[in-house]
Design a protein around this ligand. Structure first.
Ligand code: DX5
Ligand code: ZN
Length: 231
């Protein structure tokens, strides 16, 4: 049976940038299921973050599952480097180039899991013909580039559509942007199972007060699990 239990994937974009090793160990000890790494190029999105050497430095600290979200264009020339840096899954945007099918094939060829990402302005149908190449569909509920933005509600209906499109296939639905204990139930009821959360996980805590991360993760998980059971 495919595992559709709720998975919380804190985005280390909201972590202390001088302290990634400790931050990763803290969120995992406090219940994170995956670690979400936001890669930005200052071109596809208006912000810059992590090259392959940074991701490689995170790797030994991640004991769970490292989910690398590439917000870069072009994508294809960098897939091998991010796979070699230790990504367990690489997700690429459908908007980042003309050949998402080729990009997903290239990710799979590296022996890592592959995911396709849609921006808020991109319709659900854009991923229909590549679903069989995907282990996950990532639906953005903010315009990518920054943490701490407001949840865009049209992602809920899009999630419902994509969940229907997926049917029985073993494909996760991940949501990224503005996830809190208030918004998580909306997308989970529509069919999502993997929730990225940056500011809602890291707010109020630090590596010296990691129990705050734990409480934040628990609040999102409990709200999401209640919605999944009710659905
Ligand atoms: C946005 C990133 C997100 C971001 C989420 O471009 O892809 O992963 O860190 O941050 P919050 O949860 O604060 O919206
Ligand atoms: Zn992300």
């Amino acid at each position: 049976m495919f595992d559709r239990s709720i998975k919380i994937a804190p985005s280390i974009l909201s972590a202390d940038f001088a302290n990634f090793g400790q931050e990763i160990r803290a969120i995992e000890a406090q219940g994170a299921d995956w670690v979400h790494v936001d890669v930005m190029d200052g071109h596809f999105v208006p912000n810059l973050t992590f090259g392959p050497p940074a991701v490689k430095a995170f790797r030994p600290h991640v004991k769970t599952f490292m989910d690398v979200h590439l917000m870069i264009a072009p994508v294809d020339p960098y897939i091998e480097a991010y796979a070699e840096a230790g990504a367990d899954m690489i997700t690429a945007h459908v908007e980042a180039g003309p050949h998402i099918h080729r990009t997903l094939q290239a990710i799979k060829a590296q022996g890592v899991k592959a995911g396709v990402v849609l921006n808020p302005g991109t319709p659900a149908e854009a991923v229909e013909d590549v679903l069989d190449l995907c282990d996950m569909v990532l639906i953005m509920t903010v315009n990518p580039g920054f943490g701490g933005q407001k949840f865009i509600h049209s992602g809920v209906e899009k999630t419902r559509k994509i969940r229907k499109m997926i049917g029985d296939r073993p494909i996760h639905i991940q949501i990224d942007g503005g996830i809190t204990s208030e918004t998580a139930p909306l997308v989970v009821a529509a069919g999502a199972d993997v929730l990225v959360a940056g500011s809602a996980v890291f707010k109020g805590g630090s590596v010296d007060t990691p129990e705050v991360y734990g409480a934040n993760i628990r609040a999102i998980r409990e709200a999401a699990e209640a919605a999944q059971q009710a659905a």
